[in-house]
Write a protein that binds this ligand. Structure first.
Ligand code: 13P
Ligand code: SF4
Length: 325
């Protein structure tokens, strides 16, 4: 039983059955990203990567979408289902990548390169998506870029490391925006090398938001879904070094309960050992808690609202993203 810790707000509430009741009463669907805390993953109707969550948000017949992820994901759900109520347990759950591309600055950049197609990672605000020709996720970025006419120049934002990976995989040169994920850019290359030495049999699973030298150490490089598939298809009693946000280990352990998962450490300046085993937790994803999930459903707030023109202009690049992969 997980009880609400602030009895003043609503008395003693057993959160999981209360959330289940609200879900039925509201005809709501709970969507959760793999980086959410375990308790939220356990109560969700669907857990997925950015692409699959967007697809679920577009296809659901629920009246209310409760999005347990970060702000840009809930915005994407709102763009795809503008007439539904989209709730986010904590409105301040942001993303360093989305924040690295403020809409006004990004517009200036686009205006300076009018002959370029604009491709953006889905980790952007809806206002930036409204300036975008094609959105991509880490699941389909390479395929989308490969599908674009070869005589067109391309701007890719906002993740310079994902952009670098896509360039290498697709063979297409692109003009990259200088953003990065604060979680994935600090994995320690040295610590991963040491883990590989200590566990030569281990498979190293790396998210492409990591810098090139860390990606180069991966046996598998891909989206969260791709990394889970690698565990599903891999040795059920094997060892895996996980080079992405640790929330994903909850589903990895479900898929392969006999396997060993080692979280790769982060490089931390000033730390005596030079690395930290908890620093790659995404502080934005972890803003959502079971208690906030319950309260947002009970209060139908916070909810996502977007101006009509942004809702309309952001839709086409997101729909193009859903068509691929
Ligand atoms: P994916 O789940 O699409 O791989 O994205 C990872 C991520 O950083 C979400 O913020
Ligand atoms: Fe953004 Fe990185 Fe957190 Fe994903 S892990 S939400 S990219 S800050």
């Amino acid at each position: 039983m997980i009880l609400l810790t602030k009895p003043s707000q609503s008395g003693q509430v057993d959160l999981v059955p209360a959330i289940e009741n609200l879900k039925r009463e509201m005809n709501a669907v709970i969507l959760a990203h793999y980086y959410q805390v375990d308790e939220i993953q356990d109560v969700a109707d669907f857990i997925g990567d950015s692409l699959d969550l967007s697809r679920k948000a577009a296809a659901t017949d629920a009246d209310v979408i409760v999005f347990c992820g970060v702000h840009f994901m809930a915005e994407t759900a709102k763009v795809l289902s503008p007439h539904k109520q989209v709730l986010l347990p904590d409105l301040a759950a942001g993303c360093s990548l989305a924040e690295s591309a403020p809409a006004d600055e990004f517009k200036r950049f686009v205006d300076q390169h009018p002959d370029h197609l604009v491709v953006n990672y889905v980790n952007t605000s809806a206002a930036v998506k409204a300036l975008t020709d094609y959105c991509v996720t880490s699941s389909n970025a390479v395929q989308v870029i490969q599908s674009l006419p070869t005589d067109r120049k391309i701007i890719f934002g906002p993740d310079k490391y994902l952009g670098d990976w896509v360039q290498r995989e697709s063979g297409r040169e692109m003009l990259l925006w200088e953003g990065s994920c604060e979680v994935h850019e600090i994995f320690s290359e040295q610590a991963i090398l040491e883990l590989k030495q200590a566990h030569p049999e281990a498979k190293v699973l790396v998210h492409p938001e990591c810098p090139g030298p860390v990606r180069d150490l991966g046996d598998v490089v891909g989206s969260t879904k791709r990394l889970l598939e690698a565990v599903e298809k891999g040795d059920p009693t094997g060892t895996y070094v996980v080079v992405t946000e640790p929330g994903i280990i909850h589903q990895m352990e479900r898929i392969a309960p006999q396997a060993t998962f080692i979280m790769a450490p982060a490089e931390v300046a000033g730390n005596e050992q030079g690395s930290c085993t908890t620093c790659n937790t995404c502080p934005h994803m972890k803003r959502n808690t079971l208690e906030k999930l319950y309260l947002c459903m009970k209060n139908r707030s916070p909810k996502i609202e977007l101006p009509d023109d942004i809702l309309q202009r952001a839709r086409l690049p997101i729909e193009r993203m859903l068509e691929v992969g």
